[in-house]
Design a protein around this ligand. Structure first.
Ligand code: URA
Ligand code: SF4
Length: 222
């Protein structure tokens, strides 16, 4: 991996990117948004979360995960000794899809460069993808979150832990919440140094095994 700039420099670049993205009109999601939700938190975080896209509350406030999903996220973070301010939270798309519909492939394509740059500037030890959209995009796979979760994948010289979206836990089953807790324990193990990378290989072996053989439109880091 290339040399990493000092944290202050990366934080400044992240802020500069955020200032550009507030005016972005690269996709149709710009038409109905109230605010761009660029992301928030510690620009030098060990843990970066990636959600799907802003909901109504997030669109109103310009901040990620401020609704009920955010409360659950904070609770789960607290259980592994972390506060929201310790981590960075972003999304696959930065503008709210109308009526909370799923983001479309062309919208994800238009927006994903911002996420890539956020990851490159923050350099987290572990990326936690919340739900199908973020997990499939970053692991370049069509495999669903139910099968993906439960593993810390080696990913571009760091770890990636896919888990359910908090909204899935809020919708229902206690099993989903219990499995999210297991996944957060994996996150905890990574930041405590209890999970070591097996190799400096930039591409996760596990992720390659499970990856879709035609990942070119999801080449997030290349
Ligand atoms: N759900 C998401 O995926 N992202 C948010 O920011 C809020 C809810
Ligand atoms: Fe730009 Fe992303 Fe918003 Fe689309 S979703 S307008 S690409 S910031």
């Amino acid at each position: 991996m290339a040399d990493i700039a000092p944290a202050e420099v990366r934080a400044e670049e992240l802020a500069a990117l955020g200032a550009v993205v507030v005016d972005c009109t690269k996709c149709r999601l710009s038409e109905n948004r109230l605010n761009v939700v660029f992301g928030s938190g510690n620009p030098d975080a060990d843990v970066m979360f990636v959600g799907e896209g802003p909901g109504q509350r997030e669109d109103e406030q310009g901040l990620p995960f401020v609704g009920r999903s955010g409360e659950l996220l904070e609770q789960l973070l607290g259980e592994i000794g972390l506060a929201r301010a310790d981590v960075y939270i972003g999304n696959v798309v930065k503008c709210r899809p109308p009526k909370n519909r799923d983001p479309r492939p062309d919208e994800i394509e238009a927006c994903k460069g911002y996420l890539r740059t956020q990851l490159q500037l923050i350099q987290p030890k572990v990326v936690v993808t919340l739900g199908n959209f973020a997990s499939k995009l970053l692991l370049r796979t069509d495999t669903g979150i139910t099968r993906l979760r439960g593993t810390a994948y080696e990913w571009w010289g760091r770890f990636l832990v896919p888990t359910f979206h908090p909204a899935a836990a809020l919708r229902g089953s206690t099993r989903v919440l219990a499995e999210m807790r297991e996944d957060f324990q994996l996150v905890h193990a990574v930041i405590e140094g209890k999970l070591q990378r097996r190799s400096p290989d930039p591409v996760a072996e596990d992720a390659v095994e499970i990856a879709d053989p035609e990942p070119e439109q999801l080449d997030l880091f290349s």
